[in-house]
Design a protein around this ligand. Structure first.
Ligand SMILES: C[S@@+](CC[C@H](N)C(=O)[O-])C[C@H]1O[C@@H](n2cnc3c(N)ncnc32)[C@H](O)[C@@H]1O
Length: 197
């Protein structure tokens, strides 16, 4: 079993794609997406995702809770730009749970905004771009989509070590040990880290 955390609209074929977005419930109520569309409550991208069945492929998994899987039962875990969306204690719970459910030899692949790169890219001529990246990755103004925290390679590795991982390696875009690595990465300018159990 391969587990995808905080998938949102990125469905990995052959993976268990999970999130907590309300879209996954709405998608399961016949007629409701059409109703919301008619009421003007969905944007173009959401309409397309409902029509393509994207949200129906999501399963609910809240990374602040215990994962509903047995110890050592998961082959690989992937999370893309999800850790920043939760407070640090929730991120730690998530990494602890990843370690618990991964099978020996299993791999966790995390991609996130690289804090070092973001700081290096800061341009005093356009400070808003930096602030937007720090607090609100998708530029949405909704509070639930805010970013809570950011990591560089060192602080992410520290968190992974606390979770129990000992082999932690920085990776390049679409390169690494994680299964399907050529297709699961979608954000080239990220920090990619793999941790092996
Ligand atoms: C910035 S989006 C990233 C979406 C996608 N992985 C990508 O790279 O485009 C962060 C995702 O994390 C999800 N998320 C936030 N809190 C979560 C939680 N407690 N458990 C699981 N997913 C969560 C959000 O619903 C959202 O879909």
């Amino acid at each position: 079993m391969k587990l995808h955390l905080g998938a949102f609209e990125q469905i990995h074929p052959g993976w268990v794609n999970t999130d907590i977005t309300p879209h996954l419930y709405i998608a399961r109520v016949p007629g409701l997406p059409r109703l919301l569309e008619a009421a003007g409550l969905l944007n173009e991208r959401q309409i397309r995702c409902y029509r393509d069945g994207v949200y129906r492929q999501l399963n609910r998994l809240d990374v602040s809770r215990r994962f509903p899987f047995r110890d050592g039962s998961v082959q690989a875990i992937h999370g893309s730009h999800m850790l920043a969306s939760v407070p640090r204690d929730v991120a730690q719970n998530c990494l602890n749970e990843c370690f618990r459910v991964l099978q020996p030899g299993g791999v966790l692949r995390i991609s996130i905004v690289d804090l070092d790169q973001a700081v290096a890219d800061y341009n005093p001529e356009s400070p808003d771009a930096f602030v937007d990246l720090m607090f609100c990755l998708d530029a949405s103004k909704k509070a639930k989509n805010r970013n809570w925290w950011h990591y560089n390679e060192r602080s992410l590795a520290d968190r992974l070590r606390i979770a129990g991982f000992q082999v932690i390696e920085r990776r390049e875009y679409r390169k690494g040990r994680c299964p399907d690595v050529e297709i699961i990465d979608s954000r080239p300018n990220s920090l990619f880290v793999e941790a092996m159990k």
